[in-house]
Design a protein around this ligand. Structure first.
Ligand SMILES: [Mg+2]
Length: 276
């Protein structure tokens, strides 16, 4: 693993250096063709993100910042009368479980993501928790606030996911509170199910669609516009955790074309970069 880290970092430096050259030629992106050597931004971006996630104190600080803020919001909400029991809805991956080891191991093989290797990773139930997350969720539980885990992991990931949550000591780690993808990745129906019986005080996620249906499958520019128009909700009802490795932002750039090759992905990324 250590050898790979060094190799990956060296390669990344080469990629970033060559990327700088490419950015400088951006106005002529129409001339780009698929026979050029790949800069492999998609794949190596995931490695770079994992380097940050696994090593940067700044990453840890952002996690603490989000979870400290969530606790402040919990305390505020506890002062308000509510007709229904209180609940928190949270995503799992890159909201409090760190899957960067999966990204690293797949990158070593030249892959980004596939269902089979993902299940191999989740079935181990060995993901570590984001800094601050375990304390926060147990604090909420100590205040009689229920935690609902709404995740787009598959049903096939259920056993490994519950093992992971239980082993780490997260509250409400049971079938009733773990709401997986089923037939739809749209989380709205699952949110509404919780809202029937509970007052949801905060939503936690690393992906805009974790918070509200208004963000689901929206084009890139519209996503950004919606974030601007809902700026006051972030840090209030919506608590965002850092994940620079993947998310709907990638899919939105590609027009939600999940069949893109890595060459096509790179071309999309290059077209959406600004130099000066
Ligand atoms: Mg997530």
């Amino acid at each position: 693993m250590k050898t790979f880290k060094i190799t990956a970092l060296s390669f990344l430096m080469i990629v970033l250096t060559s990327c700088k050259v490419s950015i400088n030629t951006l106005p002529d992106q129409s001339a780009t063709n698929s026979t050029q050597p790949l800069h492999n931004i998609a794949l190596n971006g995931k490695v770079y993100s994992a380097v940050w996630q696994q090593n940067a104190g700044e990453f840890r600080a952002l996690c603490y910042q989000a979870y400290n803020l969530a606790q402040i919001r919990v305390d505020e909400n506890l002062k308000n009368p509510s007709k229904k029991p209180l609940a928190i809805i949270t995503d799992i991956d890159e909201t409090f479980l760190d899957n960067s080891p999966y990204a690293v191991t797949e990158a070593e093989k030249g892959n980004t993501f596939d269902t089979k290797s993902w299940m191999n990773w989740t079935s181990k139930g060995e993901a570590k928790a984001y800094p601050g997350s375990l304390n926060f969720f147990n604090y909420a539980a100590s205040k009689k606030i229920l935690v609902f885990y709404i995740s787009n992991r598959d049903e096939n990931d259920r056993i490994g996911t519950l093992k992971n949550l239980k082993d780490l000591g997260f509250p409400n780690a049971d079938n009733e509170h773990l709401m997986l993808k089923g037939t739809s990745s749209d989380k709205e129906a699952r949110r509404l199910e919780v809202l029937k019986n509970y007052e949801v005080i905060i939503y936690m996620g690393d992906n805009l669609a974790d918070f509200s249906k208004i963000f689901t499958k929206k084009p890139q520019a519209e996503r950004n516009d919606l974030v601007d128009r809902n700026a006051a909700e972030f840090g209030k009802r919506f608590i965002m955790l850092p994940n620079s490795g993947y998310g709907d932002w990638e899919s939105a750039l590609e027009g939600y074309n999940n069949q893109s090759t890595s060459t096509e992905k790179d071309q999309v990324f290059l077209r959406n970069l600004r130099g000066y």
